[in-house]
Design a protein around this ligand. Structure first.
Ligand SMILES: Nc1ncnc2c1ncn2[C@@H]1O[C@H](COP(=O)(O)OP(=O)(O)O)[C@@H](O)[C@H]1O
Ligand SMILES: O=C(CO)[C@@H](O)[C@@H](O)COP(=O)(O)O
Length: 557
């Protein structure tokens, strides 16, 4: 049999990328990135210019097809690999990134009658305007003693499916009525590739409150939210839910013409970016936490028991690797905070100096921040620029920096932000480790470990754990390709399980980041300061952030 390959397509927040992977060793033969032409839509709708409210974040579904149109042919061409040797395709996506579609699977925003209604568009994972719905959902679920709540760390996030659907119903009932199904974007793209609509167990489990044994929450629960939602799960959330590692279908002739792949190529069920990354770093059993570090961080961990951990995003059976309970937690902004600083808060002299030296502003700041010892800036920050996903599950929390003086330098502020995100990760690791889901090893993948060594050293020091780094720039895409190979199966030159695929294809670098004892000692003290601020601002002692946000909304309308 000739050498076989699979393609993984990773749909990130700002771009999508295809990677063509050699199935014998996981080697990335070719990759290609397509920036989304419409990016993140958070101020106004394209064309009509209709303004969006605070905390909105939308996307354009055609941007996802554009990635298939551009990046898949590009990797075939770059690699010179024949389409018949590409036996499988898998995708991974941000989540919960959801959209309303009609009975033909057409996104409502593609239709003239809905294109000017913001609720007809894709709601990106970081659309945070459904917090009121999430708060009400959590209060009602707690009051009713719903069994599902502990599986989601005690709170359902406003980033997830039910809060977003309910927001649509409340603010645009006409869009709700016109929707045949609400779908995760990952499932929608798979339906476009295969002509068949299937949901995947990963997003259903983590984002739509679905359980392998118990299914969705009861009709009574949905009725208690809103009588109009009573039949939601059997109507607009209907559809077969297939486990990860199964085949969704095959590339249609139309998609073959669009992508250059062979019609009939196996396509895996949809997956989530962070979850797909786990087997790609070789993690297929317990005790090993994987951080997918980019715009945000997702923390992924496997266990054998269903244990309650405060503020985790969820525990889902087979949600990451078949046979294990998959745990997820996360931070809603990490790289996004650094980007905010670079874009919005650095003085002109920094930008000029970086330009003069021919380096990026991140690199300029990082080089200078590296010259400081832990504690030397006198700063400590809370990493809540985009709310707090874990462990507080509250998108209404905002950022804080303590310790500014007239002498504070931009590089010190930048370092304080890097450190703040590490403290956020430490809080999550402690929550798992101290509550029966041990964390013995830490792995990192995603854009940040490739770009910022200081950041990774700070994470090793703050968590007091050695960190192994993925030997791939596109780890989720490699994981998605592994699932594509499993969808094809060993008879076609792929694999029969993702564990087999990981054995042959997963790679981490030899070099690791090890904690430096003197840094660990200082960071332990700083972390205690962080925790005091965290609990003070985050657990109700002082709700100033929420009052300011409410005032901002009041005076803005
Ligand atoms: N040198 C750097 N140090 C720290 N963060 C960086 C650096 N360069 C880029 N970033 C951040 O990386 C993030 C993008 O990460 P990436 O993994 O590529 O994207 P995504 O999470 O969308 O897949 C951006 O938020 C950007 O601010
Ligand atoms: O929330 C999840 C996965 O559950 C992510 O898709 C979301 O944080 C976005 O990830 P990125 O930071 O764009 O890699």
């Amino acid at each position: 049999m000739s050498k076989k390959y699979a393609i993984g397509v990773d749909y990130g927040t700002q771009s999508g990328r295809a990677v063509l992977v050699d199935l014998s060793n996981g080697h990335e033969v070719a990759d290609h990135v397509t920036p989304y032409p419409h990016g993140v839509i958070d101020e106004k709708l394209p064309v009509s210019g209709i303004p969006l409210g605070h905390d909105w974040a939308l996307q354009h579904p055609d941007d996802y097809l554009e990635v298939l149109r551009r990046s898949v042919p590009a990797v075939l061409q770059q690699s010179g690999v024949a389409a018949e040797d590409v036996i499988g395709l898998g995708i991974d996506f941000t989540a919960c990134t959801m959209l309303p579609v009609d009975a033909d699977g057409t996104p409502l925003c593609f239709k003239p009658e809905w294109k000017d209604n913001p609720h007809g568009w894709v709601k990106l994972w970081k659309h945070h305007a459904a917090q009121d719905e999430a708060d009400r959902l959590n209060a009602i679920a707690a009051e009713r003693g719903e069994k599902f709540l502990p599986r989601y760390g005690g709170k359902i996030s406003s980033e997830w499916m039910i809060a977003k659907v309910w927001q649509i119903l409340n603010e645009a009932p006409e869009v709700y009525d016109a929707t045949d199904r609400f779908t995760e974007a990952t499932d929608w793209v798979i339906s476009q590739l295969t002509g068949e609509f299937v949901r995947n167990s990963c997003t259903a489990g983590y984002k739509s409150i679905w359980h392998k044994q118990e299914g969705y929450p009861s009709k009574e629960f949905f009725k208690a939210l809103d009588p109009r939602l009573e039949n939601l799960t059997e109507t607009k959330l209907r559809g077969d839910i297939k486990p990860l590692g199964t085949k969704a279908g095959e590339i249609t002739p139309e998609m073959a013409a669009l992508t250059g792949l062979k019609a009939g190529t196996a396509v895996a069920v949809g997956n989530v970016d962070a979850h797909a990354a786990v087997p790609a770093v070789g993690v297929v059993d317990e005790g090993k936490l994987v951080m997918a570090m980019g715009t945000s961080i997702c923390h992924m961990l496997l266990g054998t028991e269903e244990v309650e951990v405060e503020g985790m995003c969820g525990v889902v059976e087979d949600g990451i690797i078949p046979g294990y309970k998959g745990y997820e937690a996360g931070q809603s902004a990490v790289g996004d905070i650094f980007e905010w600083f670079v874009e919005e808060a650095v003085p002109a002299y920094v930008k000029e100096a970086a330009e003069k030296e021919g380096v990026g502003v991140h690199q300029w700041l990082t080089e200078r921040a590296s010259q400081y010892k832990p504690g030397q800036s006198g700063l400590v920050a809370l990493d809540w620029w985009n709310g707090n996903r874990s462990v507080l599950v509250d998108t209404n929390l905002t950022g804080v920096v303590v310790g500014y003086t007239l002498l504070t330098k931009p590089e010190e502020m930048y370092r304080a932000l890097l450190e703040a995100t590490a403290y956020g990760t430490r809080t999550i690791i402690d929550a798992f480790h101290n509550n029966g889901v041990p964390v013995h090893e830490v792995y990192a993948c995603g854009g940040l470990p490739q770009r910022n060594r200081l950041l990774m050293q700070i994470y090793a020091d703050v968590t007091n754990r050695e960190i192994k780094i993925a030997d791939s720039k596109q780890t989720p895409a490699v994981g998605a390709a592994m699932f594509g190979a499993v969808a094809a199966g060993s008879a076609k030159g792929g694999y029969d399980s993702v564990v087999d695929a990981a054995k042959a294809m997963a790679r981490v670098r030899e070099e690791t980041f090890k904690p430096i004892p003197e840094n660990v000692a200082i960071y332990e003290r700083l972390y205690q300061e962080y925790r005091q601020l965290h609990d003070y601002f985050g657990r109700g002692a002082n709700d100033v952030m929420k009052r300011l946000k409410a005032l901002k909304d009041e005076v803005s309308h």
